[in-house]
Design a protein around this ligand. Structure first.
Ligand code: ACO
Length: 327
């Protein structure tokens, strides 16, 4: 019997503090009308001063562990997707491991920007299919507000904080991850980056003065690449698995821009009722966005046993990827 990996628990967490478009109007030269029309975002969540990526990730993980009906001690692999981890070293996964009291599991971070959760799914899937790991905790967590330049209207209206998590376990049933597609085009890395704070531009008075520790994005160019890449990605993923778009019960896209989400849905002739959209509430939470949307869909009863669901993401790197899942 073919061994597959299956999501057996989901969880999510968003900080309480809401920052609305009208609040942003008081901070930079923007308007609720521009943000709503160009992005679909109405508000985003902002972590408290004492909250870091591991804190948000722990809250989401606890809920996923509870839904899966397991204990932290059962987890034998911990992967965290983040681009805004607690610190460069150790990994945020190690910090989450300590906070959850998980013993005897490897723990590491991956960074594929907004595609991080999809990359993590393929890694977790491969570990489970190897037969060596049986209960994998995969967390996507971001505190992007700490990397946002609150004086730059072209980026500060886009991002928010949040976390999502899943538990993955093996199954011999005809359920779980059917197919994964991962892509990267490193020649386009400079469309979206945080230039300061790494070994290329280590933190200094100059890097702080030049605001290099904040997210820089050439939004319009990124938008065009994203739409093209995602449209062919979803079509190819379904074709490769001989699945018709009409067989997809739910599309769960990365929440970067409502116009990108609508373009992908249109390419698949999917009505928006079959698409999970929560960008209006959270903005772009990078690697947290898909597990957050997935958890909301699961808890709202929007996914049934045997449904085909399609996840897709696009982000810095540039990276993109999709997961076809039979629930
Ligand atoms: N308020 C008002 N005006 C604004 C704002 C703002 N917040 N931001 C930009 N503008 C202005 C610009 O200055 C420009 O003015 P100009 O014509 O006078 O020069 C005009 O609006 C249009 O700007 P564009 O950048 O062309 O606007 P666009 O329609 O492309 O929307 C956006 C910008 C929302 C960023 C869009 O390009 C986008 O969503 N890009 C893709 C984002 C993405 O998918 N990123 C990958 C994932 S993120 C990750 O990995 C971390």
């Amino acid at each position: 019997m073919l061994l597959r990996s299956r999501i057996t628990g989901t969880g999510s967490y968003a900080p309480e503090k809401v920052l609305g478009n009208f609040d942003l109007e008081k901070m930079v030269d923007t308007s609720d009308g521009w943000i709503t029309e160009r992005t679909g975002i109405k508000e985003r969540r902002i972590a408290k001063g004492i909250q870091s990526a591991s804190d948000l990730g722990v809250e989401a993980a606890k809920k996923a562990i509870h839904m899966a009906g397991i204990m932290p001690k059962d987890i034998d692999m911990l992967i965290v997707a983040t681009m805004s981890g607690d610190m460069p070293m150790p990994s945020t996964a190690s910090i989450i491991q300590e906070k959850l009291g998980i013993k005897n599991s490897p723990a590491f971070d991956i960074n594929a920007a907004c595609s991080g959760f999809i990359y993590g799914l393929e890694i977790a899937d491969s570990f489970i299919k190897s037969g060596k790991f049986k209960k994998v905790l995969l967390v996507g967590t971001e505190v992007l507000s700490r990397f946002t330049d609150w004086e730059d209207r072209t980026t500060c209206v886009l991002f928010g904080d949040g976390a999502g998590a899943v538990i993955m376990e093996p199954t011999k049933r005809n359920r779980g991850i059917v197919s994964m597609q991962l892509h990267s085009d490193g020649s386009l890395w400079d469309l979206l980056c945080v230039p300061g704070g790494g070994s290329r531009h280590p933190a200094s008075k100059e890097t702080v003065k030049d605001r290099l520790h904040y997210i820089k994005m050439k939004g319009n160019k990124t938008f065009k690449v994203a739409v093209k890449a995602l449209e062919s990605l979803v079509v190819n993923t379904l074709k490769a698995n001989k699945i018709k778009p009409s067989q997809i019960a739910l599309l769960i896209p990365h929440q970067a821009n409502l116009r990108i989400i609508q373009a992908v849905a249109k390419r698949l002739h999917l009505p928006m009722s079959k698409v999970v959209v929560n960008i209006d509430k959270y903005g772009n939470t990078s690697s947290a966005s898909i597990p957050l949307a997935l958890d909301e869909a699961v808890r709202a009863g929007r996914i049934n046993d045997g449904d085909y669901i399609l996840l897709e993401a696009f982000g810095g790197g540039l990276t993109w990827g999709a997961a076809l899942i039979k629930w």
